[in-house]
Design a protein around this ligand. Sequence first.
Ligand code: NAD
Length: 325
Amino acid sequence: MQRALVCGAGGFIGSHLVRALKREGYFVRGVDVKTPEFSPSAADEFLLLDLRDAANCARALEMPGGGAPEKVFQLAAEMGGMGFISSASSRIMHDSVLINANMCHEAARRGVGRYFFSSSVCVYRDMQPGEPALCEDDAYPAMPDNDYGWEKLYSERMAFAHARESGMKVRIARFQNCYGPEGTWRGGREKAPAALSRKVAEAPDGGVVEIWGDGLAVRNFIYIDDLVRGILALTDSDLDFSPANIGTEEYVTVRQLLETIAEAAGKTISFRSIPGPVGVASRNFSTARIRSTGWKPVFSLREGIARTYPWVAEQVALNNKQKTP
Ligand code: NAD
């Protein structure tokens, strides 16, 4: 039985990845500073460890029965939507780089076979609507829009440096925005699909929700099940020393995202622009590299939101019920 370590297993993508690995027959150890918020982890073992500490990384890699796991999936990070990313630069750069430096170094030293690292399309420069797609090599010369992107770019390079020197097979995905049930939906770290779903759930039919900026920024959103399949396909692929973008080819404005959510809710919703951290103007990335593994997304935005909105609406209703004496 292959053994996998999932770092960040208490988070959104990590907890879904653990479930997928269990379905594939792995022995899975999850590690995080917290357990999953919405349902119990499917991992065989779950360790609560702070991975900024090298000794904890070493502890996480010492599997039951001895030795290191065959595969490590490194998703632990200081993470959030634009509101968080634009206000927590030092925390992101300090904490995430420590996690990545220590985990990658210990994994290489201990002979881990395959090491997956979750990077982001935030490594790319800002784009204007209508620009042709950027491919992975276009991340250089580097000009990420935010410090979160700079940390990811540095950690990508660090992981590949360890791969060159140790022989560990490093696989790096640059994720587009991911959404789905059991993602953060409130508290300041939620991303646009969850934040807008919450606002629509809270609004009456015919109501108004606030969006940051004019809502014309172009974005791409990938449903969690598609992303998790992409992680597994990339990790098992022979795509050495080349990060791969994982996203769909469906680009929408934030206004169109809101319309899709309102449609799933069966409500007529209009919006009011308010000042806020909008982020880049546009996105457009090639997915040819990940598609070369045979992977392709199957969920349209409409289908993914139709599965996500009801879950967010249920959280809103549960929360309201708890508040009512
Ligand atoms: P998440 O915040 O839900 O999960 C990250 C997990 O890392 C959390 O459970 C958190 O507790 C854990 N963590 C943070 N500091 C830790 C520490 N010191 N020790 C151990 N665990 C720690 O985020 P997510 O959306 O599941 O993202 C997973 C990964 O994918 C991250 O690396 C993120 O940067 C990357 N990513 C996500 C998206 C997206 O749209 N969700 C897009 C691009 C990249």
